[in-house]
Design a binder for this molecule. Structure first.
Ligand SMILES: [Zn+2]
Ligand SMILES: [Zn+2]
Length: 317
């Protein structure tokens, strides 16, 4: 499968020069399975660019996707009104938000576009949107098996585990450690995963002090989970709006002191995950002036048994 990051920022979009290398759009991840089917994780502002890309690539053919929402905080739904494929009657989407009843989250999503919040009503979205609930999890989304567990976050959130193409990854954003029940459940969900995409909004020091109780986590807790659950690679995600590029660089470097297979999620980053092996697909820089080209050659491997310090994943320096 191919995992592409369209938004990696937490809380609010921050389109600023000082963080343009990691990017300012809020969470949205495209997961393309080897059979071509599409899963979208979260609908933050990054979803707008994903939509344009899907329309361009489809060339008029219908677009079908499974959409998995973690929760309904603004940073995870704000891309919905701007997602072009929702407006075409040729397209079909199956939308889920584990633990939420269908009526509840369908209404939430539609209310997002009522007067006076948005000039176009949800009824103008002519795509077939199937809101699902009440299923026996784990579920099948295209050819993937999807599991979930609730996370410790104000008003609730869930982590998803996606198993497909001989691999497994866990998407656990918006979560705070310290609740024994949630901590244990997330470790269970992550057991043996090849990749953990994890909320690393704060430093470990902030998490102990001024940001305690805010519902987010740090790279250190991500490493603890990776160790406890036998996760091979850790991707730091949901970067704080106040973290500029150099701040995130230093968080990644601190994390690599403890666990080599760490990278910071970056807009446009593409990871190929097949049979448990993770590689970064080389992408030309989207625009000039945002730092040097990614130094990761095609075929480099992000895995705990590789020597990261020789530069195999030196993608954030
Ligand atoms: Zn968030
Ligand atoms: Zn949240």
């Amino acid at each position: 499968m191919r995992i592409k990051f369209w938004g990696v920022r937490g809380s609010i979009a921050t389109p600023e020069r000082r963080n343009s290398r990691y990017g300012g759009n809020t969470p949205c991840i495209e997961v393309r399975l080897d059979d071509g089917s599409l899963i979208i994780l979260d609908c933050g502002t990054g979803m707008r660019a994903l939509g344009k890309s899907l329309v361009r690539d489809a060339g008029g053919a219908p677009i079908r996707a499974h959409v998995l929402l973690t929760h309904f905080h603004w940073d995870h739904i704000q891309g919905i009104p701007f997602f072009l494929p929702f407006y075409s009657p040729h397209n079909t989407f199956v939308i889920r938000a584990a633990t939420r009843r269908r009526q509840e989250f369908e209404a939430v999503i539609k209310r997002q576009m009522i007067y006076p919040f948005f000039p176009v009503g949800s009824e103008k979205m002519h795509a077939t949107r199937v809101f699902r609930d009440g299923e026996n999890w784990p579920i099948k989304a295209a050819s993937a098996i999807v599991k979930y567990t609730p996370l410790n976050h104000p008003q609730g959130c869930v982590a998803y585990r996606i198993e497909a193409d001989g691999s497994a990854f866990v998407y656990a954003t918006d979560t705070e450690p310290g609740s024994p029940e949630h901590d244990r459940a997330l470790r269970d969900l992550a057991t043996g995963a090849d990749v953990l995409i994890y909320d690393a909004q704060y430093t470990p020091e902030q998490l102990c002090r001024e940001k305690k109780g805010w519902g987010h986590s740090s790279w250190l807790e991500g490493i603890r989970i990776a160790h406890d659950s036998g996760v091979k690679s850790l991707i730091l995600f949901h970067h704080d709006p106040d973290s500029d590029d150099s701040t995130i660089d230093s968080l990644v470097e601190d994390a690599r002191e403890e666990f080599p297979a760490v990278a910071g999620a970056r807009e446009d980053m593409v990871l190929m995950l097949r049979n448990g092996v993770l590689r970064e697909e080389y992408q030309a820089p989207r625009r000039s002036g945002q730092g040097r080209a990614l130094p990761v050659p095609t075929g480099s491997v992000l895995a705990a048994d590789r020597v990261v310090r020789k530069g195999t994943i030196a993608l954030t320096r």
